[in-house]
Every structure is written in C-alpha cells, then in structure tokens.
Ligand binder design. Structure first.
Ligand code: NAD
Length: 486
C-alpha cells in the first residue's frame, strides 16, 4: 500500500505544500510513497526554524544534548526491523544490508553523544601571562544533503555530530529515499523528545532540487554544509559554499582499487573482492571498482573469484532474504552501467561472469582485458561490474590504482604487513585497509577522500571539528604592557 507522506518537518510541524512526488520501490516499480514536494518557501521556512531553535539548543548543557542523542539511538534500536523493511522497499537492498545499516545508526548517535564529553579546546602558552584559549563552539544552522545508497547511515553521519555539538540542521534527503534518508529522522527525533526546530526536513522532487539546494547554501543564516553524493554535484556545492566563504564537507564518488599481492591469502582475497565489488550491487562509494592482481597468482585468483561471485543470487530482495543482488536504484543508473559494459566489450574486454542487464537488475559482472581507454576503467560505475587487471610489481599496482581522478578508499591483501603499509603510504586515497576490502566504516573514524572524492572529514572528532568554529579567547591578568605613548 502506498504511504502518504504529504508533510515535511519544519519547526516540529508537518507542513504540506499541496504538491507531491512519487517514491518508487526499485525492485518492482510500484509507488511506495507519495511525498511532499517542497520548494524555495519551505527551504527558507526550515532555515528560519533551525535558526530560531539554535539559541536554546546550543545553550543547553552539553550532557543534556548528549542525553537527547542517546534517546534518538534508543528509538532507532527499537524500530530496527521496521527500518530494515523500509530500507529494502525504498532503496532496493538485500536484507543483510538493511540489518547492517539499521544496526549501525544507533552507534552513530551514541558516538555523537560521547563526543560531547571530549575537550572543546586547548590552553595555549601566552607571551604576556594571559590565560590564552582555543575554544570550539557550534556554528548555527547546518545544511545536510544526503544520498540514497545508505540513506539512514549517511544521513545519521551528517547530522548526529553536528547536532550534538549544538548546531541545528536542515536536512534534504535524496528524492530516491525521502523517507529513510529524511522523514524517518523527523519521526524519531520527535519520539525521542528532541526540541522542535533542532532538526528540520525538507523533501523535494528532482524538479525542485536546484531551487531548494541553492537556498540551503546561499541563505545567510546557513553557516555550514555537509554533502554526501556524486562528484559533479559536490563540486558545484563546494564552489557555491566557497563563494560565500562557508565551510563545506563534501564526501563524493570513488574508483577504489583492491590490490592483491602474490603472497595473499586466496580465501581472504577473493572474499574481499566479492564483498567489496558486489555488496549492495556495487552502489557504495567505497566499492571495489578495480581488482588488481599480481600476475603470478592471476589465473588462480580469477578462477576462485568467479566461483564465489557466481553463487550470489539475484532477485527482488523485498520478498526473499537469499536475494543478495537486488535492483539498481533507477533506470538511469542501470542504463549507465549497461553502457559501461557495452563500451568495454566493444573495445575488446571479455565478460567472464554475468554481463546481462534485465531492467534495473544487473548481474554480478567480472571483466578481463580492461584498458584505460574504456569507460569502466575511468568512470565511477556504481554498479555490480568489476574488472580484474594483472600487475607485475607493487609500483605498477600503485600506479594503476592512482590512475584516476578519485581517491576515496583502497584495499591491499598481503601476508607481509610491512609491504601492506608501504603500499598504503603510496596510494592517493583518504582511506586504505590492509587485508580487507576498501569498504569499511565506523562512526568515530576520519572518513573521507582525497582528490575528486571530496574535502573534509566525517566521523567522531573530525565531524566535531568540521561543524564547530575555533575561536581564540584570552583573559588578561595585567600582564600585557602597551607602548608608553598610549
Ligand atoms: P547525487 O549527487 O545525485 O545526489 C546527492 C544528493 O544531492 C541528493 O540528496 C540530491 O537530491 C542532491 N542534489 C542533487 N542535485 C543537487 C543540487 N543541484 N543542489 C543541491 N542538492 C542536489 O548522488 P546520489 O546519486 O544520491 O549518490 C550516489 C553518489 O554519491 C555516488 O557518486 C557515490 O559514490 C556518492 N557517495 C559518496 C559517499 C562518500 O561518503 N564519499 C557515500 C555515499 C555515496
């Protein structure tokens, strides 16, 4: 049955616009929800509501804000299974992915609550015997724009630390996941008793996203922006924020490599490649998009990798927990992935496994013979398609891995820890995981990319730094002399 979500949450009230847009279940194309379509007026009203709530929220003792975050975490825990179902229906994911995501989110709020108990500054030496302090304080209104692939997790990551620190947020979820990435949070914040206006949610269709998005950056009351999404949109958002001299933390696309050395544990290596390439149909910013394998073990690796990947079952995940491979989020994404497969085949690549696209369902696909001239080598795929490329030595592996405009994450599989560290140091990525796939996240770590994969860091104290401003405060105790003529 189609849900009616005709209001968006502004200042604690559900505000309808009289306009709605359809929110589809990508597995069967049915309309899962009808959602309020906001515009400029709602974006402005949401910023005003966040601004109005800021004085009270930021003045609360820090531990009371932490207690609110803990209550939010507890409601998320209580509603876990309902959230898993919504994630599957709205986003098209496997049951196991939903369980992971819904289970992870409470930890984000617990970590945000804990972050308030850390030091908020430093005492500095002073030439004049002053008490000289570097102190952090909340900025005010922060805009959070989130994507659809892990909508609950990535929205939580954007808002939790910012709000715990005392900011108030206007959240704009993706039009593909306006409930799990947006309105769900409004419900849960209300249930947890967080004061009205601390979190405001503006939903809108793709038609209104530019008007809403621009306002959520340009409005003078907005002081910071957290964006997670594609590189072209993130670039534009960072540039726009930069023009206003506003802080922006942008977490963007990736083209991550998994490097498999000749001394690798084959079980570990093929499991890391399989999970990293095909989990959530490859729709993870840190997905393995190239598997680089030492030539000495190339044939053995490819055979085992294909055997493993061939066992992944594809189908509508909402009805069958064994369907690990669900649909891609929309037709546009499926067409993009199909075009990359066709381009690779036309230019000489060999399809070793999969290759077929049925509507929004794309088979787990392994390609051999991929060259730098192919789209699948250059562009982010964001689908279940991965080339396996041989290398002769570690320097060559590093060169191939770095041969991309992106620099999000990476993985290295080797039994030699020093060799793994040496490779990690040479990779131009914000994150690197030795003896693991590139897909890793924890709420308190510095998550973020280099190059075109973004700017700034989300997670733990790095989020706190991103969404607070550092001020220098001094207290003179009669020590600083002025020139006598004054
Ligand atoms: P997207 O850039 O299309 O959309 C992201 C968000 O931006 C959505 O809420 C969308 O509505 C909004 N948006 C689009 N145009 C806008 C505009 N002009 N102004 C303001 N907001 C606008 O990305 P997507 O398709 O939702 O997500 C997939 C992309 O996100 C992939 O490239 C993926 O790698 C990346 N991603 C990165 C991370 C990370 O942490 N680095 C995590 C997840 C996804």
């Amino acid at each position: 049955m189609t849900r009616l979500l005709e209001g968006m949450s502004i200042g604690g009230r559900m505000v309808a616009t009289g306009r709605t847009f359809d929110d589809f279940n990508p597995a069967d194309g049915s309309v899962w929800a009808r959602v309020a379509d906001g515009g400029l007026a709602e974006a402005r009203a949401a910023v005003d509501a966040a601004h109005a709530a800021f004085a009270g929220w930021s003045a609360l003792p820090f531990h009371q804000r932490s207690h609110c975050m803990i209550k939010v975490a507890e409601v998320f825990e209580r509603r876990k299974m309902e959230i898993v179902a919504a994630l599957q229906a709205e986003g098209g994911g496997w049951f196991g992915k939903g369980m992971f995501e819904a289970g992870y989110v409470p930890e984000v709020f617990y970590a945000a609550a804990a972050s308030n108990y850390a030091a908020i500054g430093e005492v500095l030496p002073s030439e004049n015997g002053k008490l000289s302090m570097a102190m952090r304080r909340a900025m005010g209104v922060v805009t959070v724009i989130s994507p659809w692939n892990f909508p609950v997790l990535l929205t939580a990551r954007g808002i939790a630390f910012a709000i715990a620190a005392g900011n108030c947020v206007v959240l704009k979820p993706s039009e593909e996941t306006p409930y799990t990435g947006g309105l769900l949070f409004a419900e849960i914040f209300k249930e947890a008793g967080v004061p009205d206006g601390v979190l405001n949610v503006v939903t809108c269709s793709r038609d209104n996203v530019v008007a809403v998005g621009d306002e959520l950056i340009d409005n003078p009351r907005v002081k910071g922006i957290s964006f997670t999404g594609s590189t072209p949109v993130g670039r534009m958002i960072a540039a726009r924020a930069g023009a206003h001299l506003k802080k922006a933390c942008v977490e963007l696309g990736g083209k991550d490599s998994l490097i498999v050395c000749d001394d690798a544990d084959m079980e570990r290596a093929t499991a890391a490649a399989n999970f990293g390439s095909f989990m959530h149909q490859g729709q993870i910013c840190m997905s393995v998009e190239k598997v680089l394998v030492h030539e000495k073990i190339f044939d053995a690796f490819v055979q085992r990798f294909v055997e493993r990947a061939a066992k992944l079952k594809m189908g509508d995940p909402t009805h069958d927990k064994s369907h690990v491979i669900g649909p891609l989020i929309n037709d546009k994404q499926a067409a993009k992935v199909k075009a990359q497969i066709e381009d690779a085949v036309a230019k000489g690549a060999k399809v070793l496994l999969g290759g077929r696209v049925q509507g929004r369902f794309v088979e787990p696909t392994i390609l051999l013979g991929v060259t730098p001239q192919m789209l699948v080598y250059q562009e982010e795929t964001f689908g279940p398609v991965v080339p396996v490329i041989p290398f002769r030595n570690d320097d060559e592996a590093v060169a191939i891995a770095n041969d991309t405009e992106y620099g999000l994450s990476s993985g290295v599989i080797t039994r030699d820890e020093q060799r793994g560290m040496a490779i990690a140091h040479k990779l131009d990525t914000g994150m690197c995981h030795i003896n693991c796939s590139s897909v890793n996240d924890e709420p308190h770590v510095p998550f973020g990319g280099a190059k075109a994969s973004g700017m700034g860091r989300h997670g733990g104290r790095w989020s706190h730094e991103t969404f607070t401003e550092t001020r220098w405060i001094t207290l003179d105790r009669g020590g600083r002399p002025y020139p006598p003529m004054f």
